[in-house]
Ligand binder design. Sequence first.
Ligand SMILES: Nc1ncnc2c1ncn2[C@@H]1O[C@H](COP(=O)(O)OP(=O)(O)OP(=O)(O)O)[C@@H](O)[C@H]1O
Ligand SMILES: [Mg+2]
Length: 467
Amino acid sequence: MNLRTRLFSISMTIAAVMTAVMIADRVQTQRSALIDKVQSRSADLADLASEAAVYALRSGRTGRLAELLSPFGEMRQVVYIKVLDKEGRPVHRAGAIGVDIDAREIDFSASDVEDGVYDLTRRLIKDDEDWGTLRLGVSTESVSASVAQALRRGLLIGLSFLALLAALLWRISALGGRDMALLVKAAGGINSRTLPPLPAADGESEVGRLSTAFSALHSDLRDERARRKELEDNRKDFFAMAVHDLKQPLTVLKAVNEMILESVQAGGDGGKRDLGRISELSVESIERLNDMVEDLLNISRLDSPDIPLDKRRIELPAFLRECDRDFAAAAERAGRKWVFSDESGGGAWIYGDEKLLKRLVGNLVMNAVQYTPEGAKIHLGARRGGGGRIEIYVRDEGKGIPEELREAIFEKYRTFSDNNRNVGLGLAFCKMAAERHSGEIKVSSEPGRGTEIAVALPSSGREENES
Ligand SMILES: Nc1ncnc2c1ncn2[C@@H]1O[C@H](COP(=O)(O)OP(=O)(O)OP(=O)(O)O)[C@@H](O)[C@H]1O
Ligand SMILES: [Mg+2]
């Protein structure tokens, strides 16, 4: 049984019980009033009949009793009439056909009307003398008939009222019924953890509003679940690829060591000559491995919002000077012209994880070196950007980045390099690092002429520093 039917049947049961109680009360009140009426009329009748009986008994003409009392005996409502003399002997008896007058054993102290007769008795006292007793039975059939009629009318009104109420209640319960059904469906989905898609709720009634809120919660849950799944899938892909890529420099390292071993075992001069080149390869592979492991660790750190970064206030000019010192040599060694400028105006501070930020700049510089020809200029600089931000940029005179790739280059493992040493993690790491610092990365590039990649970071004010 659904909620609507349950609410409906509970309301209807309550209404039916209340109606029945009201009808019973009404009928009982009416019955009491009718009995009162019969009793007072019977008393009047008994008074009149007593007068007649006393008159006959006093005058000693008991034979006239039948004549005097016959109008009473003929009355439709009089069931019996009986007169006893002072010794208790019956001197007159009359009654409706089928009524055994002598057999009526009546408890006169109670006005018992259960058998359809109201019995009453009168002592026949006149001038302080007791002349006997008059007993009168009056029919209460009119009461029963009226009560039955009142009951019929009450039932008719009650049933009409209940039918009307039922229609009304069913209509009212239907108002929020659709929303209620939605609610029930949503709850079912959550219980079974399937979270099926839900249609929109009406949102008008209270149940509707509840249903809207529930639907929103439900769709948040769905989104969250989808996001978690995507994250989980990414993580799995990421680690599968990472393991695969780490194997490559390891294989080179192994081969290099085998070559060293072979040349040592050969012991000849040729072997010694090759050793320098072999060691170079070995160091390169180790550096590559080191870089990859560093990138992987950093990315997985940035990927987990729960792992805090080691953030502190950083004085921008000093930070830039360090970057200049660390990266200029590598660029120049690779045959590029190095330019450094700090246009931030001095006194600027940023707030962040210094190691991560330096690695971010390092990645931009490494890309600039890799994607520019020998002799090209690489420019590391900083300036004040919009919204009180500081922009640290690396500009080059390389091949540029085509418009259609400017989003894809930030995806993990997306590389457009022909060199199979590139894995496509550099810019993905830069973007994640910038975002964890409430910053962003901006690319401007002219294919064939050069690229500028800038990271915009919020500047850390002096007051903020103190707090
Ligand atoms: N300064 C640049 N000039 C031209 N293209 C660039 C520049 N920087 C990045 N790119 C392009 O963006 C792509 C993604 O760069 P990213 O640094 O993420 O990966 P990668 O350099 O290919 O590999 P690695 O993980 O070894 O850095 C590169 O493959 C390259 O095509
Ligand atoms: Mg790169």
